[in-house]
Structure formats: C-alpha cells, structure tokens
Design a protein around this ligand. Structure first.
Ligand SMILES: [Zn+2]
Length: 407
C-alpha cells in the first residue's frame, strides 16, 4: 500500500466521521423514522452497529404516514422540491423532498464531481434529452450544469427527431441521457440524415442503466454519436453517488459526500449532505465490487469495479448458470446489426426458459453468430429470436432488459 493513499484514506474517513457526528444529533431530534432506528455515533464502531435500512422500509413508512413518511428532519414547509422514484422495478414510487441545503448539495455534487470528471466546463452547451417529469435525475443534471455556469438546454416535450435536430442546430457539446436513449437518437439521426458524429457533440454523460460501463455498449455509442461516454451512478432517494474513472474500468464513488460499504456484494451508502431527508446505511439493491487499489487517474476515492453490476434481484438462471443482464448486454452490443434487445425469462412448470428477443438490421446471420458468441462467453445456450423492427420498447428513463413472464 502506498503511504500517500493510506493517509488520504485516513483523511477521507476522518472527514466522513466528523460530518456524520456534527449532523446526526439533529437527525435524531427531527426525524421520528430515524429516532426509532439510530443511536448517536462517536466512532466507527458505533457506526457499524447502526442497522441497515431498505427501500421497503421507506415504502412502508410512506404508506403508514402519507404523503411523505416520517424521514424528514424538519417541518414539511421547509422543503422546496418534490421528486419521486421511477417505480421502474415494479415497486411503488417513493416521494422524496429536498430542502434548500439538500438541493444545493445535489447541484454542487453534480458540478464538482459528475461534470468535472467528464471534463464539462462553463464553456459547454449541455443538452438534456429528458422529458422532465418528477424523476430527480433530470432536474439535478440541469441544476448541476447551471451551477457550473454552462449553457443548459432542456429537451423536454420534444420528439427524438426534434432533440437530434436541436442538439445539432444549437451546437450542443454535451448530452445527458440513458445509454439506450443515446442509441435511439443515433438510430433516428441516421434515418433523417443528420450527422451526429460530425456535430459539436463531444461528451455524453449517462445514467439510469449500467451501459456506459459496459465496453461494447460504450464503444457503440461513442462511434454513433462521436462522443466520449461517462457513466454516472445515483439514486433518487440517495443522491449522485459516482462518476466513471478515466481509466475506463469502473466508477469512483464520491466519498467526500457519502460513506460507502459493500455488504454481501451489495452497495450500502450513507449520504453526508442531504440532511433534510438523510439516508443512513441504506441498502441500494445494487450489486457492486469495491476496490481500494490506488488508481492512476489520481482519484482518492474507492472504485466500483466495472461500474454497477446490475440490481441484486436482476439475476436469472439458464440451465443452472446464474447470469445478469449486463453480462448478456456486453456480448449483444458487439454485434453492430443489433438495434434493440430484451431478455425474456419465463418460468414454465418450475422450469426457467430464457429467450433473447432481438431487433436486427440484417437477419439470421447475426442471430446465429450472436447465439454462438453467447454460448462461448457464458457457457450456456440462450435461444435468440428475431422480432419485427420497432416492436421492442425504447426507454428514455431506464431500459428493462429483463422481462419476467410467469406461466
Ligand atoms: Zn480512477
């Protein structure tokens, strides 16, 4: 271990503990939810005895105490923004309030960490290819770009074609969107004859799906848009947690604003700047592998190797082999003819059946090669079936690569 990285870790840990100790008493005074669960902390051993909290704890609290639950540390009048989770995993959406201090923290964390890691500056023109519904990612990306002093352009209430033309016409240099939607914009740009790689675009900041950390998906987007892709991880209820490393092998977690732990392969996080609605030892439901190896990019923060590995509950089984959608995606995206895909997982009479549904530009030859590649890389045979063009969903928010069907 390098002495410098040991001392920088000590500094990070000391700062984390100091921030937690300064604000935890206020959390215990203000929030019935946390008062019931937590105790005051003076050292790391106290912290490690605090219980883990899950999303279902939050959902149950909001159901029992509508509309906002009892997690708030101040009266509801003090808050100025309401957002809610996408509910994309089939769960009931959670409502989340931010007060002025918490919202400033969101904006600053985006500006100082997410945009900075992607090399975005006040000189950039940032286009947000989002609908601007109640999902917090849209607004925090917008607020962070404002904080940075960049020119920020909303792509709300636009068709994909309008978004593509607007980016080119206004000379946008940065686009924020999901990986899936980046590929959708590239598809539309080709259809209408707009040259995105020849435009001013140079950076894409992605979130919502692991795609920007999946090498084959990242390569496809970078070629199709003429950009360099950066991954960003975050959660509505938690905050902006990470940004991709310039070494391109993972995501650094922002330890100046959070405490991160890996518990049984799951990422657990405590935020240190969102004191109006804080989360302490929150089980994110995301699979992660954390590494403290010193990184040549110079970041002192822990690395989540390979980015998010998917959701804990996204695993599926093919002939006894456990797989995650991101493993399949990395193989699928190496085939340029594949336009979209969905993994359909059926449970038929207690048996797992998995079929890859594919929209493809050139038909059977790609399907055969893809099936062979999957068999070689994953060690199991997965049936591949072609579906008509335009029939699979193009998600703006979070693509559901895994579709479960119970018969
Ligand atoms: Zn790094």
């Amino acid at each position: 271990m390098h002495e410098s990285s040991t001392s920088s870790l000590d500094r990070i840990r000391a700062e984390q503990l100091a921030r937690l100790r300064a604000r935890l008493p206020g959390v215990l005074r203000g929030s019935p939810f946390w008062r019931e669960r937590l105790h005051d902390v003076t050292g790391w051993d106290d912290f490690e005895r605090l219980p883990l909290t899950t999303k279902s704890d939050l959902v149950a609290d909001q159901q029992a105490n509508p509309p906002f639950g009892t997690i708030l540390t101040a009266p509801a009048e003090r808050y100025l923004r309401l957002h809610q989770t996408s509910g994309s995993s089939g769960a009931r959406p959670i409502r989340w309030l931010d007060d002025q201090e918490s919202w400033t923290w969101w904006r600053r964390t985006w500006a100082e960490h997410v945009y900075r890691a992607a090399g975005v500056t006040a000189d950039d023109r940032v286009f947000l290819a989002f609908s601007f519904g109640p999902f917090i990612g849209f607004w925090s990306a917008f607020g962070g770009a404002e904080e940075l002093g960049a020119l920020v352009i909303s792509g709300g209430a636009m068709s994909t074609e309008q978004r593509v033309r607007t980016m080119v016409d206004l000379g946008a240099t940065v686009v924020c969107c999901t990986p899936t939607y980046a590929l959708r914009m590239a598809e539309v740009a080709r259809e209408i004859g707009v040259d995105l790689p020849g435009s001013a675009l140079r950076v894409a900041v992605h979130a919502g799906e692991p795609g920007a950390s999946i090498p084959a998906t990242r390569d496809t987007i970078e070629a199709a848009l003429g950009v360099r892709c950066f991954d960003h991880t975050g959660m509505t209820e938690l905050g902006p947690t990470g940004v991709s490393c310039t070494q391109r092998d993972g995501v650094h977690l922002i330890e100046s604003e959070f405490i991160f732990e890996e518990v049984d392969g799951e990422l657990v996080a405590t935020n240190l700047g969102r004191w109006g609605s804080p989360l302490v030892r929150y089980r994110t439901g995301d699979r992660a592998r954390l590494s403290r190896e010193p990184c040549s990019c110079g970041s002192p923060f822990v690395k989540m190797v390979g980015g998010l590995q998917g959701r804990m509950d996204d695993m599926f089984t093919v002939r006894g082999v456990n797989l995650y959608p991101s493993q399949v995606e990395d193989i699928v995206r190496r085939h340029a003819a594949v336009v979209e895909f969905v993994i359909e997982h059926r449970r038929v009479r207690q048996m797992d059946e998995v079929t890859l549904l594919i929209e493809c530009a050139d038909g059977t030859s790609t399907l055969e090669r893809l099936a062979a590649d999957l068999r070689q890389a994953l060690g199991v045979r997965i049936d591949c079936r072609e579906v008509p063009p335009g029939t699979l969903p193009r998600a703006e928010l979070k693509a559901q690569r895994l579709r479960r069907v119970v018969e």
